[in-house]
Design a binder for this molecule. Structure first.
Ligand SMILES: *Cc1c(COP(=O)(O)O)cnc(C)c1O
Length: 478
């Protein structure tokens, strides 16, 4: 399943990345790859917007087959580059923003206010003022926030048009994990019934769930439908249900590799084989009395269904959870609703990779082989315990001496013992040397930016876009 360029570096067992063709093309040319790092520094985030529109159509095509009016909003926090905002705008998508700066930038890029939704977890007054002045819909999270917005609206005086909002609901279903976000439907109804809300236009109902379960989303879509009915009874005219993000993608093509990794990792945690992770890290699991305890706290790097098939699974799950048995498309159409989603990660599938230069090889004091990269671990990191995808090693003209096989761990620039770039042991069957480039594939969704820091006064990685006419720095870095 792996291409030639993927034979120079692999985990044991391997987790072979699915590469977009622009990635393979670039990495197949060591001189070009080296030049990108020389010119822009190490590490460098290399971006390509080509896959974004197609990833969104996977969802909208499936929705069309299912007879559902689906509108896709790109969750911008997954990558800060402005090129993706432009690509989303040009593909006719909306944008979900999480801060005042994100919002300002998105409006400056020409995204129409009604194609934006503000779901920021905290909304300081200047953010709400900007929403108000540009008529941008806000997903209200709680009573204090909503009351604050009402006071802001009251200060505008008479005759101002109502401000568009959605209400974020927290599910009360026992199957859904507890959440800090949103309020229960009864709490919102109590709020609606005790305030003068004539300054607000209730456009929709919003939620966002942890995890990727289509079944769980079907459950909460049902709660949202009931809330919509309660809003309509109160004379409001909501037009959408927004089910947030968490739409799955898969970094690997090969399920058997994922299963083999899982099996090997479990035996390693149980000391039935040598460790395959840094100091036998269990990624949330551990051995207790000879058995495995805890749950794996990484992203499911292989998963099915994804995107369009996942939406089909959601609609199928809705049919089984709902009584009486009515199709989701019918439920939505009868109420004049469209469905919205806010994928971040899965829209960026195939849209970026991170390149870093090898600066040294050594052994730890207890003999563990290490490869030192010119990067730090916040530059390829999400909330997942590890990025479980094999890097690609690009060997330069100078490298190859010595050319003996090497097996070890990638370490980075922060002065802490636990500074691993990846926590799996990697094999370099044809060696690894100073000046080689390590490419971390498919990092555009979260891995590049969500946790990056400038600790030690190390500069942030630059963001370089591959376009038909060459490489250009993304405007976010200007
Ligand atoms: C983070 C977030 C998203 C995007 O989630 P993905 O897992 O990247 O699809 C969408 N909506 C809200 C409200 C979020 O917080």
């Amino acid at each position: 399943m792996s291409s030639d360029i993927q034979k120079m570096c692999a985990g044991d067992p391997p987790l072979t990345a699915r590469l977009a063709s622009w990635m393979s093309d670039l990495l197949a040319d060591p001189q070009v790859t080296q030049r990108v790092v020389e010119e822009y520094g190490s590490p460098v985030n290399v971006l390509h917007t080509g896959a974004l529109a197609g990833n969104a159509s996977d969802l909208s095509d499936a929705a069309a087959e299912l007879d559902i009016d689906l509108r896709v909003f790109f969750a911008r926090k997954a990558n800060k580059a402005l090129s993706f905002v432009d690509a989303a705008r040009d593909a006719g998508l909306g944008v979900d923003v999480a801060s005042e700066n994100e919002l300002r930038q998105v409006l400056d890029r020409g995204v129409q206010p009604h194609n934006v939704i503000v779901t920021a977890a905290v909304k300081p007054p200047p953010l709400l003022e900007l929403c108000l002045s540009r008529n941008v819909p806000v997903a209200l999270d709680n009573h204090d926030e909503a009351d604050g917005y009402l006071s802001m609206l009251a200060a505008r005086g008479d005759g101002a048009p109502p401000a568009p909002v959605a209400l974020r609901i927290a599910s009360q279903n026992d199957a859904i994990a507890p959440t800090r976000f949103g309020m229960s439907v009864p709490d919102w109804l109590e709020w609606l019934d005790t305030r003068n809300v004539s300054a607000l236009l209730f456009e929709g109902v919003h939620f966002h769930l942890h995890g990727y379960s289509p079944h769980n989303r079907a459950i909460v879509v049902d709660e949202a439908l009931q809330f919509i009915d309660a809003l309509r009874q109160r004379g409001h005219r909501p037009s959408f249900i927004d089910m947030g993000g968490g739409i799955p993608m898969s970094y690997l093509n090969n399920e058997a590799e994922w299963d083999a990794f899982e099996a090997a990792h479990k035996s390693a945690i149980l000391h039935q084989r040598p460790p395959i992770t840094w100091r036998n890290d269990g990624f949330g699991r551990r051995e207790e009395a000879g058995a495995l305890a805890g749950t794996r706290n990484t992203y499911p790097y292989f998963q099915r269904p994804i995107r369009g098939d996942w939406l089909r699974a959601l609609v199928a799950a809705h049919a089984t959870t709902h009584t009486p048995n009515r199709a989701l498309s019918t439920e939505l159409r009868d109420r004049g609703l469209h469905l919205r989603c806010e994928p971040g990660r899965s829209l960026l599938d195939g849209c970026g990779m991170t390149l870093a230069k090898v600066l040294f090889r050594k052994k730890s004091s207890d003999g563990i082989p290490l490869v030192g990269l010119e990067m730090n671990r916040t530059q390829c990191r999400s909330t997942s315990a590890d990025f479980l995808v094999d890097p690609i090693l690009v060997r330069g003209d100078q490298s190859g001496r010595p050319n003996s096989p090497f097996a070890g761990f990638l370490v980075g620039a922060y002065c802490v013992e636990d500074e691993l770039i990846l926590r799996r042991k990697l094999n370099f069957p044809h060696g690894v040397a100073v000046g080689d480039i390590v490419a971390l594939p498919n990092t555009a969704g979260y891995l590049m930016h969500i946790l990056e820091s400038e600790s030690h006064q190390l500069p942030l990685a630059r963001n370089i876009v591959v376009r038909d006419d060459g490489l250009v720095e993304d405007d976010i870095g200007r």
